[in-house]
Design a protein around this ligand. Structure first.
Ligand code: ADP
Ligand code: ASP
Ligand code: MG
Length: 412
C-alpha cells in the first residue's frame, strides 16, 4: 500500500482535481490512502467565517462565497447530479445550523467544528470525481479513524486507538480521506494544527506500514530554500530523516514538522514531488548515512521576541526558567530559539493563539519584559562561513546564535 497526499494548491480548481486523477493513473496507484487538504485557500476563508461569527459581524456572506467556490468546481467537473445525490452541499446547512445553535464561547472548539469542513468538502468532491472516472475508491471520514484529545486547533493523537482503527482498513482498496482533521473522545471534530495534512498522511502511513508516502507539492521537491523567498535554490534529491526533521522544525514549510517522526519509526520513505511534473525525480527522504553538506536557508515569519530580565539583578536560574517555561506551555507558545545570559532570557517564539499579552501580564510581577512582535527568524543549515557576510548585509539583527551546523538570526 501507499499513501499519497495532495495539498490545497493541487486541488485549487477543477483542473487541479483532474490533474490528481492523472497523477494517480500515471503512478498506477492501485491500493492505499489518498489524503486531501481543503481546496485552495478554503481553510483561510473558513477561519474568517469563525472570526466574523465571534465578532458579531456578518459571517453568512463569507460562507456563501465558499459555497459558490465549491459549487463552481463541482459544475466544472460535471458532478452536479452526483453532488446533489450525495448531499455534498448539506455541509453548508450543517455549518449554518451549528453556528445558530451554538452556545459555546470556546473559540478553538467552534473553530474546529467549522474549519474541518473544508477537508470534508474537498475529499467528497475528489472521491466522486475519481469514482466517475474509473478510479474506484471509498470515501473515509478521517474523524472515525484519527482519535485525539480535546486540544482544539492543535490536537494530540491518541496513537493506540488511531492505529487500531486504521489497521482495520482493507489492504487491496483505494480510499480517499481528509488531511488535517480527527475527532476527540466525544466525537467532536478537531484539527491537528495549520498545514497538518502532511501529518495526517504520515499517521495513515505509519498505521498501515505502507511501502512509501508521497506528498505532491507545487515545487519540484525539498529545495535548499523556499523558492518564493530565496534566489538560486536547488533541489535536494536525497536527504536523511534527521536533516528533514531539522529543516521542518526550523520552518521549511514544505513538510509539516510532525510528519517525519512516525515515518522514521517505521522506516517508511517519504517522497516530495511536483504535482505538475509527476514523473520528475523529486526528493527522497529516508535512511541515509550521507553527511549532509548542502547549505539551506529557512525563514520563519510572524515570530515574537521576548526578553525577560530579573528586576532585582538576581540570576536567571533554574527556578525562573521553569516558571517561564511553565507559562509558555500553559499559553501554548512554541519556542523556536532561546538564549540566556546571567540576568536575562531571550525567547523567540510562535504565538499561534495570540496569548502574548496574557503571558506578559503573568510575568511582569517578577520580571522586566521587552517584547517585539512580527519579527523574522532566519536559519541557515550547514552554512558556508566564507560567504556568510553577504547574507548579513542589510539585516537589522536583534539576536544571533551560532552552533556547529546551524546559524540563527532574529531580525526586524
Ligand atoms: P501544500 O499544498 O501541501 O499545502 P505547502 O504550500 O504547505 O503545500 O508547501 C509547499 C510550499 O512550501 C512551496 O510552495 C514553497 O513556497 C514552500 N517551501 C518552504 N520551504 C521550502 C523548501 N525548502 N523547498 C521547497 N519549498 C519550500
Ligand atoms: N487545510 C489545512 C490548512 O490550510 C491543512 C493543510 O492544508 O495541510 O492549514
Ligand atoms: Mg499547506
Amino acid at each position: 500500500m501507499k499513501v499519497f497526499k495532495f495539498g490545497g494548491a493541487s486541488v485549487k480548481d477543477a483542473l487541479g482535481v483532474k490533474n490528481v486523477a492523472k497523477v494517480l493513473n500515471l503512478q498506477k496507484f492501485e491500493n492505499g490512502v489518498i489524503v486531501v487538504s481543503a481546496m485552495g485557500k478554503t481553510t483561510n476563508a473558513l477561519e474568517a467565517v469563525v472570526e466574523a461569527y465571534f465578532n458579531g459581524s456578518d459571517y453568512l456572506s463569507g460562507l456563501s462565497k465558499i459555497e459558490d467556490f465549491h459549487y463552481q468546481i463541482v459544475r466544472d467537473l460535471d458532478l452536479e447530479d452526483i453532488a446533489e445525490a450525495k448531499g455534498i452541499f448539506s455541509v453548508f446547512n450543517d455549518i449554518q445550523s451549528f453556528l445558530e445553535r451554538n452556545k459555546s464561547p470556546n473559540y478553538n472548539f467552534v473553530y474546529d467544528q467549522i474549519v474541518s469542513c473544508g477537508e470534508i468538502l474537498s475529499s467528497k468532491i475528489l472521491s466522486c470525481y475519481l469514482n466517475k472516472n474509473d478510479i474506484a475508491n471509498s470515501w473515509l471520514d478521517a474523524r472515525d479513524y484519527i482519535k485525539t484529545d480535546d486540544s482544539y486547533r492543535d490536537a494530540n493523537v491518541d496513537w493506540q486507538r488511531t492505529e487500531e482503527n486504521i489497521i482495520a482498513l482493507k489492504p487491496h482498496k483505494r480510499y480517499v480521506t481528509q488531511g488535517f482533521i480527527g475527532s476527540d473522545a466525544n466525537h467532536f471534530s478537531v484539527t491537528l494544527g495549520r498545514e497538518g495534512s502532511d501529518y495526517s498522511a504520515a499517521i495513515f502511513a505509519y498505521a498501515l506500514e505502507v511501502s512509501q508516502m508521497v506528498i505532491w507539492k507545487d515545487v519540484p521537491g525539498v529545495m535548499t530554500g523556499d523558492p518564493r523567498v530565496f534566489d538560486n535554490v536547488k533541489l535536494l534529491s536525497n536527504i536523511s530523516y534527521e536533516e528533514a526533521i531539522e529543516m521542518a522544525y526550523y520552518g521549511a514549510s514544505v513538510i509539516h514538522p510532525k510528519t517525519l517522526q512516525p515515518l522514521k519509526q517505521k522506516h517508511i520513505p517519504l517522497y516530495v514531488k511536483s504535482f505538475t511534473e509527476p514523473t520528475a525525480e523529486g526528493t527522497m527522504v529516508g535512511i541515509s548515512d550521507k553527511n549532509q553538506k548542502e547549505e539551506s536557508f529557512i525563514l520563519k515569519k510572524n515570530q515574537v521576541l521576548m526578553k525577560i530580565s530579573t528586576r532585582d539583578f538576581s540570576f536567571i536560574a533554574e527556578e525562573h526558567i521553569s516558571l517561564i517555561f511553565g507559562l509558555l506551555y500553559k499559553y501554548r507558545m512554541k519556542v523556536s530559539l532561546m538564549q540566556n545570559s546571567a540576568i536575562s532570557l531571550a525567547v523567540c517564539m510562535e504565538d499561534k493563539f495570540d496569548n502574548y499579552k496574557k503571558i506578559i501580564e503573568d510575568l511582569e510581577c517578577k520580571f522586566k519584559i521587552d517584547c517585539q512582535k512580527d519579527i523574522s527568524l532566519y536559519t541557515i543549515r550547514n552554512a558556508d562561513m566564507e560567504k556568510i557576510d553577504d547574507f548579513y548585509e542589510d539585516k537589522d539583527i536583534l539576536l544571533e546564535q551560532i552552533s556547529q551546523k546551524t546559524i540563527q538570526i532574529v531580525t526586524r
